[in-house]
Design a protein around this ligand. Structure first.
Ligand SMILES: *Cc1c(COP(=O)(O)O)cnc(C)c1O
Length: 407
């Protein structure tokens, strides 16, 4: 492995040079969204300067080059997650949109009254609410895999919950609130033994670890472009071909049809059946640059670097009096959630902001996780491939200062 060139990497992200409140920005809110490298930023200007045109429509030159570029991203995504075919990669607005698509289309066709859907205690709201909406409509039921005090799923409880009524299991690969990496391959294999299909929420996984849909044998996998150094407004639904073919379309409109008369409409093939209307063309095309960027460093190298940062941060943070980590799983990504005795997360967050340090405070769109630990929220520092040990030191000093002011 070539040495991990952190200076060069940081230079690729122009926003990291700016100041916030008169201090150099220390951006530790990557779980909410990541910053973008020059390659992505420049490609957005390039798209509008040189290519702007609608996709999958015109015979004219610009429409053809923008369509080609959009489809290059699809192929890039296919190899990024090792999907068998590019038509299994549906381009959506993001993770939330992808989960709603599956809940709506798979749910509409294959989930009925009395059926059960299993989710976990550490899901993001976007992997809870669409299933609740489906259950309200259909009269099916949600069962929840509990977790232990370290924030690890209770796999014995999962084995006890799953049965012949279970039609679908929807679990996050990596928890955005706790950093836990779940044993998704095992979760999938257990579900398949009971005839249930599995959706994996990989919104916090694909930017940190190698994800291989064929190795996992996952039925549906979803993620967002903006959390993997790409643009906002684009995401992915990967699905097994037979499942996607069997599902009814999501929205009706342009691009998703083959033939329309007032009497009858026939639907387009995959992936277009699920891509009604003009997509976010710019984001779709420019996501390609984000994947190239990740690949140029290599996920193995990113994983090793972020793990080293995580260990360093845990060791330094644990020296702060009153520090309590929320989520101490053995298998963990670089997401650190904590509370500090005698302080409210919000107050600490405000003081850190004055020091130019961006963290997230609150429930992180995972209120049931906070309820499980009996707290209103946490402070979350989520680390990305461009963060440094120096930034961790600044965070630790900032927290120390906040504690001195607040306690
Ligand atoms: C961010 C996130 C989502 C929602 O993603 P959007 O990009 O907001 O649609 C879902 N699940 C997890 C685990 C997340 O971190």
């Amino acid at each position: 492995m070539e040495k991990y060139n952190i200076d060069k990497i940081r230079a690729d992200f122009p926003i990291l040079k700016r100041e916030v409140n008169g201090k150099p920005l220390v951006y530790l809110d990557n779980g909410a969204t990541t910053q973008k490298p020059n390659a992505v930023i420049n490609s957005i200007a390039h798209y509008y300067t040189d290519m702007n045109s609608n996709v999958h429509r015109g015979v004219h030159y610009l429409s053809q080059i923008s369509t080609d570029a959009f489809e290059v991203t699809r192929k890039k995504l296919q190899s990024f997650i090792n999907a068998p075919e590019d038509k299994q990669v549906i381009i959506t607005k993001g993770t939330t949109d992808s989960i709603n698509l599956v809940a709506t289309c798979y749910g509409r066709a294959f989930i009925h009254a009395g059926d059960e859907i299993i989710i976990s205690a550490m899901e993001h709201h976007s992997n809870i609410v669409p299933w609740q909406m489906l259950c309200d409509e259909k009269g099916c039921k949600i069962r929840v895999i509990p977790m232990n005090d370290k924030g690890e799923l209770d796999m014995d409880a999962y084995q006890n919950l799953i049965n012949e009524r279970t039609k679908l299991v929807a679990v996050t690969y990596v928890s955005n609130a706790l950093g836990t990496i779940n044993p998704v391959k095992e979760i999938i294999s257990i579900a398949h033994k009971h005839g249930a299909v599995v959706l994996i929420d990989a919104a916090q996984a694909v930017q940190h670890i190698q994800v291989d849909v064929q190795d996992l044998d996952v039925d549906f996998l979803v993620f967002s472009g903006h959390k993997m150094y790409g643009p906002t407004g684009v995401g992915v639904l990967y699905g097994k071909e037979d499942l996607l073919n069997a599902m009814p379309p999501y929205q009706g409109g342009g691009d998703m049809i083959k033939e329309v008369t007032f009497e009858k409409t026939t639907y387009n093939e995959l992936p277009f059946k699920f891509e009604a209307g003009t997509p976010n063309i710019e984001a779709g095309i420019c996501l390609n640059e984000a994947i190239d960027y990740i690949n140029s460093i290599g996920l193995k190298n990113i994983e090793a670097y972020e793990h080293e940062l995580l260990e360093y941060a845990l060791e330094k943070l644990s020296q702060i009096p009153g520090m309590k980590f929320i989520g101490t799983a053995d298998q963990k990504c670089s997401v650190i959630s904590f509370i500090i005795e005698g302080t409210h997360p919000y107050d600490v967050g405000v003081i850190l902001d004055k020091l130019g340090i961006a963290v997230r405070t609150g429930h992180h769109c995972a209120q049931p996780v906070m309820d499980r630990f009996g707290i209103p929220g946490t402070i979350r520092a989520s680390l990305a491939l461009y963060n440094t040990k120096e930034e961790i030191d600044i965070l630790v000093a900032g927290i120390q200062r906040a504690v001195n002011m607040l306690v």
